[in-house]
Write a protein that binds this ligand. Structure first.
Ligand code: ADP
Length: 251
């Protein structure tokens, strides 16, 4: 029953995703078409601007397809047993690059963290997505923090889990944004800046890992995303390929 429920949720997500894509692409094509049409009759001095508008829409379409490809690749789920602290420390440079600006980066990593079994490439992409959002939420700088912790919750779905809490001291999210944040294509960013595919990737990663993700946020103070992943009994294999591969998240 659990499998079919999962399947139903996947189909629902896919349905939402397809209509979202269709909607976005339709808007982009409308902009291109409109500008090309005007170009036909436009006087010389207006042409440059119309061409620029069309080119911008094409660029946006390209960005969208790139993100969709990355989103689609999550189906290649390749879990490995690994030490999250090590993976996070291995991402130090990559995270600092994504954050830039006047943002302090802090790691607060639990000792003897339990191993988890997740796809390291997907986790890296998720953390980069969260870092980019944190940066956008802190245009005047602030603090970005990643905390890891072993969590025991008797009687819950995940009795033993590892939590990764990713926090910023940025703008925060009002409840109506929190409620829709994981929806594919939901964005509050200006056209061409946000695609609304960052958090859906984080959500899909958590689901695929049989974990969860939740948001706590306060407007004007900041936001924390907490990803919970099940503790695995399997042993860590002595080969953490991805933590030494800084390009993994870009692929
Ligand atoms: P995008 O970043 O392209 O808009 P996301 O799915 O990553 O898409 O995020 C959806 C929305 O959630 C953002 O547009 C923003 O409104 C909100 N959001 C996400 N992360 C944060 C954050 N750390 N602080 C404030 N708002 C955020």
């Amino acid at each position: 029953a659990r499998g079919s429920l999962f399947q139903a949720q996947k189909m629902e997500a896919l349905g939402g995703l397809s209509s979202g894509i269709a909607h976005d692409f339709n808007n982009i094509l409308t902009v291109i078409l409109g500008n090309l049409d005007l170009l036909r009759r436009a006087p010389e001095q207006r042409r440059e601007r119309l061409i620029n508008n069309a080119v911008q829409a094409v660029e946006q379409g390209r960005k969208l397809t790139q993100q969709l490809l990355a989103f689609g690749r999550r189906h290649l789920h390749q879990p490995e047993v690994l030490d999250l602290n090590r993976l996070i420390l291995g991402m130090d440079d990559m995270l600092k690059q994504s954050l830039r600006g006047d943002i302090r980066v802090e790691f607060d990593l639990a000792q003897e963290l339990w191993p988890v079994e997740v796809d390291p490439a997907q986790l890296q992409i998720a953390l980069i997505n969260l870092a980019v959002n944190a940066r956008d939420a802190m245009p005047r700088g602030g603090q970005f923090r990643i905390r890891t912790e072993n969590v025991t919750a008797p009687g819950s779905d995940l009795e033993q889990s590892v939590a990764i809490a990713v926090s910023d001291t940025g703008s925060g999210m009002p409840p109506e944004v929190v409620a829709r944040a994981f929806e594919p294509f939901f964005t509050t960013k200006e056209v061409g800046k946000g695609t609304g595919l960052g958090l859906p990737q984080v959500y899909a990663f958590a689901q695929q890992s049989r974990g969860s993700v939740r948001i706590t946020s306060e407007v004007g103070r900041g936001t924390t995303f907490t990803i919970s992943l099940p503790h695995t009994q399997a042993q860590i294999v002595e080969r953490q390929r991805v933590s030494h591969d800084p390009d993994a998240a870009a692929r």
